[in-house]
Ligand binder design. Sequence first.
Ligand code: PLP
Length: 370
Amino acid sequence: MSVNFKDLAVAGVQTLHPYQPGKPIDELARELGLNEADIVKLASNENPLGPGPKALAAVEQAIADITLYPDGFGFDLKKALCEKLGVEMNQITLGNGSSDILDFITRVFVNDGDNVVVSQHAFAIYGIVAAMVGAECIQVPAVDYGHDLDAMAAAINERTRVVFVTNPNNPTGTWVGRDALVSFLNKVPDNVLVLLDEAYFEYVHEADYPDGISLLANYPNLVVTRTFSKAYGLAALRVGYSVSSPELADLLNRVRPPFNVNSAALAAAAAALSDDEYVASSIAVNDAGMKQLEQAFNAMSLYFIPSVGNFIAFRVPQGFDAAAVYQGLLQKGVIVRPVANYDMPGFLRVSIGTETENKAFIDALTAVLS
Ligand SMILES: *Cc1c(COP(=O)(O)O)cnc(C)c1O
């Protein structure tokens, strides 16, 4: 008798659907027989400027030491974060990308049969880390594509362990203001954790946009995650972090694999934190690119969801199928992101690129829709 190994997998894993990443450039180049240089990838919200000079220099230096295990504590990076954020070392948990922290939080706090609360159109990783531990993921309908925080608070029940709030949210680009967030935090029971995912924090200009870290002192059940994958341009190195109370950080660090962040990533992230010039130009490129794309969508009469991130979700016109438009763009060497699995079947998400990349996308889209 042959063994059905799927039956041996833990129940949560049997139900799991793996995360679908944006299509890699080299894969499309192989499929189309194109040069990688002719392909524009605007699919994973990466920084179009490439790595910053300080981060790059730090990586080059770190290479000399790759025979040694990295600093499992991450002292230099934690110290740099403390100086930047005004927090203490014992509040920080380092992750192999901030996605790592999302996994830690469910493994520490969520039991089989418990649940987590998320918004409709939320980042797919939340559902995956919940399923992995056998938890239910309660999805609360969005309002105008954004989080309905009142409804999310109301959805909390006695089996709820974590509520995931993404500010701004990916893939919608919607955001919640300070008053709404504080009033939500006031409603969440003390024994339910709030994971506030601020992956796109650096891009947001809105005056009323709350800095989650400033709320930690009042809400001991709050965990704020940020990443070096977006504005800091280090997605491939995989480094992110959370800031929380020391008590929560201690628990998260208990499940953290000892060397989860490699030495090149640690060095690059610490250096990137001091590269204000690079971050400022990343944000300037994003602001200009956002305007460029909004103008193009308006000119084409395409509906888009106003976004404060480094990406924008737009609806394909009536009579077109989003999957077909996605394929049409691929044929022209432009990779965007289908979001049907985010409950947004008529939409595609495009990351903001350089002016040239954005133009290539707009030209390709115009051709595909004509
Ligand atoms: C990109 C992104 C992250 C960051 O992922 P990393 O693991 O840090 O690369 C986290 N949350 C959301 C909502 C994102 O879009």
